[in-house]
Design a protein around this ligand. Sequence first.
Ligand SMILES: NC(=O)c1ccc[n+]([C@@H]2O[C@H](COP(=O)([O-])OP(=O)(O)OC[C@H]3O[C@@H](n4cnc5c(N)ncnc54)[C@H](O)[C@@H]3O)[C@@H](O)[C@H]2O)c1
Length: 378
Amino acid sequence: MRVLVTGGAGFIGSHTVDLLLERGYDVRVLDNLQPPVHRERHWPDYVPAKAERIEGSVDDPAAWREALRGVQAVMHLAAHQDYLPNFSRFFHTNAAGTALLYELLVAGPALQKQVKKVVVATSQAVYGEGRYRCPLHGTQFPGQRPLAQLERREWEPRCPVGGETMTPEPTREDDPPQPHNQYGISKLSQDLICLNLGARYGIPTVAMRYSISQGPRQSFTNPYSGALRIFVQRLLHGRQPIVYEDGRQLRDYVTVWDVARANVLALEDARADFQALNVGGGRALTVLEYAEVVGRTLGLTVSPEVPGRFRVGDTRHAISDISRLRALGWEPQHTLEEAAAGYAGWARVQQDFRDYSDEGAAAMIEQGVVRSAGSKGK
Ligand SMILES: NC(=O)c1ccc[n+]([C@@H]2O[C@H](COP(=O)([O-])OP(=O)(O)OC[C@H]3O[C@@H](n4cnc5c(N)ncnc54)[C@H](O)[C@@H]3O)[C@@H](O)[C@H]2O)c1
């Protein structure tokens, strides 16, 4: 069986390619080697020679046609991710690229018959803040925190009914999605497109809502994939991590190897068809606790800087309920320590490994994405 992996030269895509090859699939990769994820715009050496490579974009029908020739399944992982205000780009790549895939499948009855499964990488970002419990008003799904609140350093979302402080709870796939940044909105569009068109045209489709994924091969310069990359870059260059807000925001980080296993499960198990599946680590840590895990793994003392900066459009807490995927037999098997050690081991031997964190932060401050609380913006 031949599987097309879009974004297969990227972080999650390349680990998925490895696992597919290991399991005996023929693999083709479609990737446009997009900067700044790929600084030099050449194929990374971790993309195995056994995988067929096509350089092209998912917003180009000709590239899709060539890539779809003779494949029985598509893992659509290519995406534009960052925090910068290039809003339209998110929708061209993430939403329109996905719509184009279904457009081509539906236009050709032979192609529709040939492609038996589509697995699409969407994101936990579709939920926005997700599920909370208010001590007085029960379950709530708060919207985006107002800018004025963040500038007062009041980080916790308030109950939309009475303004109380709430407790975050794991968000379920059927909870209402309320993304509040351009990336999340584009991923929700993609999620709706694939599940809706998949069901309408009988194309078995699974939408994978990954939590923040960690492990080796995270691009040094992708402005989106953050914590591990930045913490390791800074710590291995004798500097302390800088954390946003007060560092007490919760994340259910998941390792890239477990994400790749979830992708292959979704490909192979028909019980996943036509569903959204959360893919998270099953355990929530604060960003400060995560920095501690990374430091411990590297054998370094960690004392993060907490300057009171925040990212506009960020979620306070992000925790997914993974019981639906667990019911299909998947469990997180790898630890965050393994992911941190794997990333540091890989990073250290890359020729272009250095500390890029100041450049990334400067671009985000310059464009008003990262702000200092109390300073009214830039
Ligand atoms: N990394 C995470 O924490 C995370 C979390 C949730 C969801 N996701 C989703 O998982 C998928 C993979 O993410 P990743 O972290 O591996 O990202 P990545 O940036 O490492 O890889 C994405 C790949 O897509 C390619 N690409 C970008 N635009 C393209 C285009 N127009 N045409 C063809 N290829 C293009 C890039 O060159 C890159 O190789 C994405 O869909 C992302 O939105 C990632």
